[in-house]
Design a binder for this molecule. Sequence first.
Ligand SMILES: Cc1cc2nc3c(=O)[nH]c(=O)nc-3n(C[C@H](O)[C@H](O)[C@H](O)COP(=O)(O)OP(=O)(O)OC[C@H]3O[C@@H](n4cnc5c(N)ncnc54)[C@H](O)[C@@H]3O)c2cc1C
Length: 434
Amino acid sequence: MGQTWRNWGRSATAHPQRIAAPRDEQQVVDVVTEAARAGQHVRPVGAGHSFTPIAVTDDILVRLDNLNGVHHVDPVTGEVTLGAGTRLANVPALLAPHHLAMENLGDIDRQTIAGAISTGTHGTGLAFTGLAGQVTGLRLVLADGSVADVDATHRPDLFAAARLGLGAFGILTRVRVRCVPEFLLAADEHPEPLGDVLDDFAGRAAAVDHLEFYLFPHTEVALVKQNRRLPVTEPCDPLPRWRAMLDDEVTSNGVFAATCAVGAAVPALVPAINTVAAKAVSTRRYTDRSHSVFTSPRRVRFREMEYGIDLDALPGAIRRIQRLIADRGWRISFPMEIRVAAADDVPLSTAYGRPTAYVAVHRFVADPFARYFLGVQDVLLSCGGRPHWGKLHSLDAARLRPRYPLFDQVTAVRREVDPAGVFSNTYLGRVLGG
Ligand SMILES: Cc1cc2nc3c(=O)[nH]c(=O)nc-3n(C[C@H](O)[C@H](O)[C@H](O)COP(=O)(O)OP(=O)(O)OC[C@H]3O[C@@H](n4cnc5c(N)ncnc54)[C@H](O)[C@@H]3O)c2cc1C
C-alpha cells in the first residue's frame, strides 16, 4: 500500500500504489504508457473537491498541478489555452494582462480547470452554460500514449465526450476556454419570502443575469443573490474587507461552523438556529470584479448532492422537498442552494438540451446524509433530474442512460479510445458501465 489521498469532503479515500506529479506532458505520456504496459489503472485528480470516489484508484493517481498557466491567448476570439492543472483561483491574474475573464464561475475557485470541466461544474445564469460549455478545445493523453488535440472539427466525437468526460477518455493536459472581455458584477443580496421567489421562478431567472437563492430548511425565507453584468468602465464599489469577512463567517465559515456543530449535537435546535441564521443575513449591494463576486471561501466541510432538473419543475420540487423534511422529522442545518443554467450541447452535461434549474442539498460533515439525500433524490428524479457528476448520488449507468440522449455515443467513444480500461475505476464502472 502506498500513500493516502482524501477528498475535500472526506467522503472518498484512496491508497494508490503511487501518486505521480508529472512535470510536463511527456511525463504524463510516460506514466500512462508504463501503466498500460503493466496492466495498471491511472486516475487523474485535480483539487479533490469532488464528493464522489471518481478519482479513487489502488494503482496510479496523477496530479496535474505542475501543468498550469497560460499557453496561448487568441486576441481575436478571446480563447485562452490553460494548463489542465491551473487552479481557477489563479485564472483572474493570468487573464488580467489580456483584459479577459471567465464568462461564468461556480461558488468557489479552489478547483483545477480540468477537474471543474470534467465533472460539469457550473455557476448560475439562464443565459450562461456551465464551464464545460465554455470549452472550445482540449489536448489529452490517450490510453495508448498518443497525444490528441481535439475540438469541434478535429475528432469531434472525442471532443464532445471529453469536454465533460469524468477523466474516462484520457488525461487532459491543456484546456482551451472561450473567455469574454473583463467585466464587473453588481451584486444585490437580500432576503425575500420564499413564495414570492417561487411564483414565476423561471421569469425571475430570465430577468437577471445571474440569479440564485439559498433556503434554510425549516424557514420560508429565500436568501436571494442576483448579479448584473456591467462593463469594466463602470465605477467599482466593493464590500469593505471587514464586511465581506464578517458576512462570510456568519453564512459560510467560522460562525456557521459553530452553529452547525450545535445543530449536529442537538438536532431539535436546528429549526430555531436556521430561523435566526436566515434573519442574520442582511441586505448587501456592491459592485466588484466578476470573479470576486462569483466566488467566496468555503471552510465548513460538508457533503453535497446536486441535481439539474427541468426549469419549470423547480417550484414544485422545492415544496415537495420541504414536505419531505417535515414529514420525516429531519433536522437539516445546511441551506439548499438553487441555481439555473442555459441549455448546452455537451453530451454528459446536466444541462444538455434544456434550460436547467439546479437544486443542491448539503449536510454538515458530522451529520448523516444518506437518508436525506436519497429522499430528495427521489423527488428530483421525478422532475427530469440528472445528478451532478462531482457530487453524491446513488445512480448507476442503467438509470443514467435514459436521462442522457447521447449516453450510448459517449460510451462507444470510451470503448474505442480506452478498450482496456486504463482510465477506469469502480466509480466509472458504476456510472458509465463496464
Ligand atoms: C466547497 C465546494 C464548492 C463547490 N462549488 C461548486 C459549484 O459552485 N458548482 C459546481 O458545479 N460544483 C461545485 N463543486 C464541485 C466541484 O466543482 C467539482 O467536484 C470539481 O470536479 C472539483 O474540481 P477538482 O479540481 O477538485 O477536481 P477533482 O475532484 O480533483 O477531480 C474530479 C475528476 O475530474 C477529472 N479530472 C481532473 N483532472 C483531470 C485531468 N487533468 N484530465 C482528465 N480528467 C481530470 C477526473 O475524473 C477526476 O477524478 C464544489 C465542491 C466543493 C467541495
